[in-house]
Design a protein around this ligand. Sequence first.
Ligand code: GSH
Length: 232
Amino acid sequence: MPATQTLPIELYFWDTPNGFKLSILLEELAVPYAVRFVAIGKGEQFTPEFLAISPNNRIPAIVDPEGPDGKPISIFESGAIMQYLGRKFGRLYGSNERERVAIDEWLFWQMANVGPVFGHYNHFRTYAKEKAPYAIKRFGDEVHRLFRVLNDRLAGREYVAGGYSIADIALFCWMRNWQRRDIEIAEFPNVKDWHDRIAARPAVERGLALKAPVDLDIVNDEEARKVLFGQR
Ligand SMILES: N[C@@H](CCC(=O)N[C@@H](CS)C(=O)NCC(=O)O)C(=O)O
């Protein structure tokens, strides 16, 4: 029996690819939620209060005041949060074990490959103090390979694993900024069509419209500005 939600789920958020996964999912599920901004460019992810919820000092995280036993539960790691919400509300996470296995495969593929590889590429290309051509090439080639894998998977499919699911949301948040990954999207037409299908969903538009407050102290600092705006 899918749950209903009375008290808002607290979403610890900043407007980055991993943060948007949850603002989009909560909009899709249409459950009440309250946003707690964690200014990662300012170091707020290292406060003891936030580390108690997210020990890896990263957003997103949630606190659900109506956890499995009726008591509050906190969850970190976007994939774990998405699975929890999919199970709790009985939506966007398949309807049988076979469907869930396929969704998990592509969700974990995003978590273990797309997120870290795109992140490392961005780091070495944009932020590394010493230029490391080997690392830039290595991760750039991997980014390209991952677009190819997804493009092949989407041949003849509307969504990555059966119907629209948490796996599509997780992947969409990373693939949508292909220009920032130095990808020529004409090479990956299935990814482009899939992207456009998802981007047109009203809940996705609402989830992406959630913007972190701009803090002038941060914006005036060159390094922090890169962290803040480089990830959007
Ligand atoms: N595997 C984690 C990755 C989360 C992550 O990398 N979050 C970034 C923003 S997109 C962050 O909070 N960075 C702050 C930091 O590294 O200190 C997840 O999916 O939740």
